[in-house]
Design a protein around this ligand. Sequence first.
Ligand SMILES: *Cc1c(COP(=O)(O)O)cnc(C)c1O
Length: 416
Amino acid sequence: MDYFEYKDGRLFCEDADITDIAGAVGTPFYLYSKRTLLRHCDIIHRALGEVEHLTCYSVKANSNLAVLALLAAQGIGADVVSGGELFRALKAGFAPEKIVYSGVGKTEAEIEYGLGQNILTFNVESIPELELINDIAGTMGKLAPVALRVNPDIDPKTHPYIATGLRENKFGIPHAQALEGFRLAAGMRNLRVIGVDAHIGSQITELDPFVESAKKLCELVETLKDDGISIEQIDIGGGLGIRYADEIPPEPSEWAGAIVPVLKGMGCRIIFEPGRSLVGNAGILVTKVLYIKRSGDKVFVVVDAGMNDLIRPALYGSQHEIRPVIRIDSEETVVDIVGPVCESADFFAKDRTIPLPGPGDLLAIMGAGAYGFTMSSNYNSRPRCPEVLVEGSTFKVVRERENYEDLIRGEHILVD
Ligand SMILES: *Cc1c(COP(=O)(O)O)cnc(C)c1O
């Protein structure tokens, strides 16, 4: 459920008329709904109510400071994958003791940063990383809290680029080596082994892979207990899918209903790392039609947003629902909706049947709240677009549109 709805044929975000917002901030822009964000947060929290848990929002899905601050104020934690994300999370008010740090390539400086801030856990992805964290913690006179991320070799049945828990993926320690990894970690002086962790992929729309992963983690915790290593925290990652087009993902309550019974009796605190399911349907990308271009049989709707603003269709072939911001009554036409970037992958929809818009009309690309702005770039020297947050009938620009000067900041022309 979200709060993007038509009123008298005009698309609203909560009680704000999107056409008015476009008039004020120009196009393209990202638009987020506060009410939707809070609702999703609440739904997930209530779904998991039965177990002692900590929700650690995956910052990479949408890392706008205003969005992060809203989520932090709900008392949840954060899952970060870089020093930059840790910086953002702290700035936005997440408590360090609710921050977990994941990722296969943490640098020395990033580990020092996390240790210095006393974060909850490092989710460690390899033996060499364990050794490095142990060394740095020793130098800093700290005891580093670690969980080992295992790769459970489970097919999440999602796009190959967002599957992370298969043997051939770079993530985690192979399940077969997990015990050895934990023994090593337990023997390191400057580490405190507190958890097991897995994250098998993203946009997962079936329950089985989650259940399987949870079971494997529980089995591992039992094995470790027999080995004298006691685990207090099980992190089962994120990955719950959302509806973009015709997918039917499990409701958060169904998802929780499937995994909570597996995890409940373990006597461990459970960590969840949802990203997309919290923010995906809380945001849209609003763009303006520039031209209707006919070539041969094809009709191209050329819009002012491009793959640099939202790369998901180009990268994953993902389907986003696209709605007119003001309903139109024109002829249903098969079109490609494309951006201005000089790449054939620069499209938002192919062979989509929509009422044919005209130049100047606004389109809303739905489900753009996750992996939208955070994956945007300046490709083709396009300033990145603004992010706007709606609360009720009011809106605020929470990240300004970049200008041409922003594009060249930090660059130097060599003169001899
Ligand atoms: C990306 C990521 C998540 C969030 O995934 P979603 O599919 O957005 O829920 C959680 N944990 C880790 C380690 C990740 O890399």
